[in-house]
Design a protein. Structure first.
Length: 46
């Protein structure tokens, strides 16, 4: 069996500026680990 993913998905979410980075970043990492997926975040300017 190869390590090639069956699919890839990219999404964009808006995080309120009042929410500390550590708060949502930890929650995202935990959710990704629970779901067995790689979850990463990148800041963008809008």
């Amino acid at each position: 069996m190869s390590d090639t993913p069956l699919f890839s998905m990219t999404g964009t979410i808006a995080i309120p500026p009042t929410l500390a980075d550590a708060d949502w970043a930890d929650a995202l990492a935990s959710a990704g680990q629970t779901a067995g997926v790689d979850a990463t975040a990148t800041a963008i300017e809008v």
